[in-house]
Design a binder for this molecule. Structure first.
Ligand code: NFS
Length: 648
């Protein structure tokens, strides 16, 4: 096996890694070979919050703590908890600042100040308005949208009370949050409070720090992320299943290739519109190209894929490799998960890297700022630059011949409709199939790629094990893309990979055994789906009663920790792979992995082996089935008259 083959299970990735090596192009993979992770940082037993340190408190090889405290007296527990809290705050801030941008664009759209945007899903507008307690009687869509935008914006700066969406959670869950004082008040406030509490000399009780960490994460899942998802749906349409394609083979040698990378689907939506403009089509012909080929990368890809079927070039670890093809005229990036290494790769080719957010620039890249007031103009300007760049390709183009068809776009609304039908949309059939045992349970497998593991392999190994054991998988983000590349996102995958019970249900409904629910902010859709299952009845009265589990087997970003923390605080057993950032403190780890169970009825777990991880999830699902009394597969008995009389 070549070094490259050992890095990824995806053939397109391996081929382009070989090309990068031969051409001596630096990528995340080659840099990871050079830089070994710092062992003290890996367990987060280093404190840098003041200038009397940094204080390093690693354990000896025998596992003993040599230094018991930092110079200020902070214990290893405080240090590790503070580091963890700050990561969750950064993750929450990222999802929520994305949400803020969406809300501001939404408001401008409602006020008629945004170019190229509209209120597309009026049904969802009304639903979300009701969630925010807006009186919709006698008001038109614009008035409702304006009021909704203002109320949503207030969620960020709100100082007291409870975030509006927390009322959507099962009542029992809300009580747990109130009991432990973790009900989020305002999104920004919870992030700021973590930064304050983790400053030198403030909160120095790890359990107390972790409570605020929980409150902050809930402000992400039941706040920022949920707001992003819902308002994006209202503006761009709630996803319904679409046929798309995935992997680097979606790039076209004879077309102008434009990749949208990042997270906010605002500019990408307008690039879709602009790419269909007759003027753009004409310019494309003039340079001898057969068209503009728009493709997505990372979570932006998920957004445009599930709303428009725009092809998806790849996930996190493939971003630089897309440029190594030499076929990309322009890559736009906005915020999050975009490596600075992209610029170095772009410079090896004719590719223009364009930064588009006022919050993120990359040295050497071209900066064209996106503002909704002239959004469509900006989109056209970018496409024109790409077209002009097409004749400037300097090297032979190499596009790996690997791409696959996928079905994406399973929003909560769609699952509801697909299972129950238009006139009685409901989760009843899903609950019934869980109760009768055809579906053993539900797992959310989400999150990043991490160069310290074999690209995509943990996602696929874990998910195959789950579906083989009749667990329906909901997926988002880079995990969803890994599934697409491995052929798990088509209805046919049910017969090939799923256990007989799950396959039977999937075939009856016509769905894949793994449902692509969107980008990372759309993990909020998983919370909504879980809540809908609880409210449908028969599976307990809280999310923690469901035979369900979550995982991020290849996580790397702080956002993933925020997601994991709000999954756990919502009552979901959640398992992470690759590495775990609190191993420096036994107390903090025990608190998150064991004591949380007693408090939040959900807990963290860490397992590097994805198949063992899947087994832990299945064990948890079986435990929940037993608690619900649905662990014995119900035999189908034909009742005779005497038995019916006995029933009374
Ligand atoms: Ni989410 Fe990870 Fe990034 Fe998306 Fe991919 S890396 S935490 S999945 S693209 S946000």
């Amino acid at each position: 096996m070549s070094n490259e083959q050992a890095r990824s299970i995806d053939k397109a990735t391996v081929e382009l890694l070989e090309k990068a090596r031969k051409e001596e192009i630096s990528t995340v993979f080659s840099r990871a070979d050079r830089i070994k992770p710092c062992p003290i940082g890996a367990e987060d037993s280093c404190c840098k919050v003041c200038a009397m340190g940094p204080c390093r408190l690693p354990r000896s090889k025998k596992g003993e703590q040599q230094e018991r405290t930092g110079v200020c007296g902070a214990t290893i527990d405080t240090i590790v908890a503070r580091n963890f809290a700050r990561k969750v705050a950064a993750g929450t801030a990222s999802h929520s600042d994305h949400a803020r941008e969406v809300v501001e664009t939404f408001l401008k759209t409602a006020r008629g100040e945004a170019q190229g945007f509209a209120i597309k899903d009026e049904v969802k507008l009304l639903e979300v308005a009701l969630d925010f307690g807006i009186d919709i009687e006698g008001k038109d869509a614009t008035a409702i949208a304006t009021e909704l935008g203002e109320k949503a914006l207030n969620e960020f700066g709100r100082q007291h009370g409870e975030l509006a969406y927390t009322k959507k959670a099962p009542l029992k869950r809300q009580e747990i949050w109130r009991k432990y004082g973790v009900m989020p008040r305002g999104i920004d406030r919870e992030v700021v409070e973590i930064m304050h509490r983790t400053h030198m000399g403030v909160d120095q009780d790890y359990r107390h720090i972790l409570l605020q960490t929980t409150r902050c994460a809930l402000a992400d899942g039941w706040g920022g992320s949920m707001i992003s998802t819902d308002l994006q749906d209202i503006m761009f349409g709630t996803p319904v299943p679409v046929l798309g394609s995935i992997n680097l083979g979606v790039l076209k040698e004879d077309q102008v290739n434009v990749i949208v990378h990042g997270h906010e689907p605002l500019l990408p939506e307008l690039l879709v519109v602009a790419s269909r403009d007759p003027e753009i089509k004409k310019l494309t012909e003039e340079v001898g190209a057969k068209g503009v080929n728009l493709a997505g990368m990372c979570c932006s890809a998920n957004e445009v894929l599930m709303r428009h079927g725009i092809p998806c070039a790849g996930n996190f670890l493939q971003q630089e490799l897309a440029l190594v093809t030499g076929a990309v005229e322009v890559m736009t990036v906005d915020v999050q998960c975009q490596m600075q290494g992209l610029q170095g790769v772009a410079e090896c080719f004719h590719t223009k890297l364009i930064t588009t957010s006022d919050r993120a620039m990359i040295e050497g890249a071209t900066h064209i700022e996106f503002h909704p007031e002239k959004g469509l103009e900006t989109a056209k300007q970018i496409l024109k630059m790409a077209i002009e760049n097409y004749p400037k390709r300097r090297h032979a183009v190499y596009i790996p011949d690997h791409s696959r068809d996928i079905v994406a776009g399973f929003s909560h609304e769609t699952i509801n409709y697909l299972l129950g039908g238009l006139f009685r949309a409901s989760y009843r059939p899903l609950n019934d199939n869980i109760i009768n045992g055809r579906i053993r349970g539900v797992a959310g497998v989400v999150g990043c790629n991490n160069v310290r593991t074999v690209h995509d392999s943990a996602h696929i190994a874990m998910i195959r094990e789950l579906i083989k054991n009749d667990v329906l998988v909901l997926t988002t983000g880079c995990a969803a893309m890994a599934c697409g590349k491995a052929g798990l996102l088509t209805p046919e995958a049910a017969r090939e990979y799923a256990g007989s019970g799950l396959a039977e249900v999937c075939e009856a409904v016509g769905i894949p055994p793994v449902l692509h629910m969107g980008a990372c902010v759309d993990n909020s859709r998983i919370l909504v789906a879980a809540t809908a299952m609880v409210k449908e009845g028969g599976l307990g009265d809280d999310i923690s009663d469901l035979p369900a589990a979550g995982a991020a087997p290849e996580w790397m970003s702080e956002k993933a920790l925020a997601i994991g923390q709000y999954f756990v605080a919502s009552g979901i057993f959640t398992i992470f792979g690759t590495t775990w950032p609190t191993v420096g403190s036994e107390n903090v780890t025990r608190h998150l992995f064991e004591e949380f169970e007693g408090m939040f009825k959900g807990t963290w777990a860490y397992e590097q082996d994805p198949v063992k991880g899947a087994r832990l999830m299945i064990d948890h699902i079986d435990k929940k089935r037993k608690a619900l009394g649905i662990d014995k597969a119900g035999e189908r008995v034909l009742f005779d008259m005497a038995m019916r009389r006995a029933l009374g």
